[in-house]
Write a protein that binds this ligand. Structure first.
Ligand code: SF4
Ligand code: SF4
Length: 375
């Protein structure tokens, strides 16, 4: 019969940085939170993530008796600044579609359990961070993230992976508390540009830039475009300002070679003009939350970023992209971006767009011209 020690040793041998054990009791506090914030999480249910079912490990694995939580660090290497400015670090480190080294290590760990007579499941909809805290592996931040007790210098650059098993183990002592220092005056909440952090450990995912950049269904509301700043895909702002992450951010890390090779393909101009073939070959293998049906959102995100960079060098690309796009959400965002850049060339382009524009695009062109004229 496999012991806790043997399982922990195997987890480290598979490359995980920490491991803990907890019971398979339902996550009742999470269920209550989901009930209370039903409206805020309705989109996840609509997207097929049954978060309610995930609060009960028995729905994942009938006969579940324990959860083994593995800690996988990311951001162990430095990313090129041109990528860090626009893309969340966890996505830059995600190799699930190219090699999937993490998936293979999880598989090897589960094969070890299976050979020891233990059945396991790794559900995507179980509250992994809560499981990690219940297994004593770290504490919460007020920004809703999980902070490791010993990985990433105590920072939040970790992914907890909950493995539900049909064998009981002595659980570790839970650490289900917020571990923020008293002297931090809620820097994460103050820094969140879109007001998604409504209070300690209360995020409205619908206002979070990460959600908006890859799940936002409609034209981004005008009031959020400037606050969303330079983020094309994901956002790390509430982690970057956090003093609990300062020790890791201060480290001199080696360069991430995979990310260094992505720089050219992920240049903003290329993203703005990409077609489905380019997206499928160069982008999707790294960032796959959006399909090729969502190119409009990629391009609207990039146009918004170009507008927020306020660099008139982007005007020719935005004009060309306006002509290439047949999606009014992209066209409208391009018009907004030109208005934000506000140079004479941007104004001339908006004037040229006006006669052929209708609906929301026309509204944005008119609003952008008004903004430019008021400058
Ligand atoms: S990821 Fe960005 S938008 Fe989302 S809560 Fe953190 S700071 Fe706010
Ligand atoms: S910024 Fe401050 S309040 Fe927010 S998670 Fe970090 S330590 Fe906690």
């Amino acid at each position: 019969m496999l012991t806790r020690e043997e399982i922990s040793d195997k987890a480290y041998e598979c490359g995980f940085a920490d491991v803990g054990f907890t019971t398979a009791e339902p996550f009742l506090s999470q269920r209550a939170l989901l009930e209370e914030r039903r409206e805020e999480y309705a989109w996840a249910i609509r997207a097929g993530m049954d978060l309610f079912a995930g609060t009960d490990p028995q729905t994942v694995l009938p006969g579940a008796k324990a959860i083994i939580v593995l800690i996988e660090p990311y951001f162990r290497e430095a990313f090129p600044p041109s990528l860090e400015s626009h893309f969340g670090r966890c996505y830059l480190d995600d190799d699930r579609m190219i090699g999937n080294r993490l998936g293979k290590r999880v598989k090897a760990f589960r094969a070890f359990l299976r050979d020891g007579g233990i059945d396991s499941k790794v559900p995507f909809h179980l509250p992994h961070r809560l499981a990690a805290a219940r297994a004593g592996l770290g504490t919460f931040g007020k920004n809703c993230l999980f902070y490791s007790r010993k990985v990433a210098a105590g920072g939040s650059w970790v992914i907890p992976i909950a493995v539900v098993v049909d064998r009981a183990f002595d659980p570790d002592e839970p650490t289900l508390e917020v571990g923020c220092p008293d002297w931090c005056r809620n820097a994460c909440m103050a820094a969140c540009p879109t007001g998604a952090l409504k209070g300690p450990r209360h995020i409205d995912p619908r206002r979070c830039i990460s959600y908006l950049t890859y799940f936002g269904a409609e034209l981004t509301p005008r009031g959020l475009r400037e606050p969303m700043g330079l983020h094309v895909y994901g956002c790390d702002r509430c982690q970057e300002v956090c003093p609990r992450n300062a020790p890791w951010l201060a480290r001199q890390l080696p360069t991430n070679e995979k990310a260094a090779r992505m720089v050219e393909d992920f240049r903003l101009e290329r993203l703005l003009h990409m077609d489905k073939a380019y997206f499928t070959a160069k982008i999707w293998p790294h960032m796959f939350y959006m399909s090729d049906a969502d190119l409009w959102r990629w391009k609207a995100n990039v146009a918004r970023v170009m507008g927020n960079l306020r660099d008139e060098a982007y005007v020719p690309d935005l004009v060309r992209a306006f002509g290439e796009s047949d999606d009014e959400r992209t066209g409208a965002t391009i018009a907004w971006a030109l208005g934000r850049i506000g140079s004479p060339a941007a104004k001339r382009a908006l004037e040229a767009f006006l006669p052929g524009s209708v609906g929301p695009v026309r509204e944005e062109v008119l609003a952008a011209l008004e903004a430019v004229t008021a400058k």
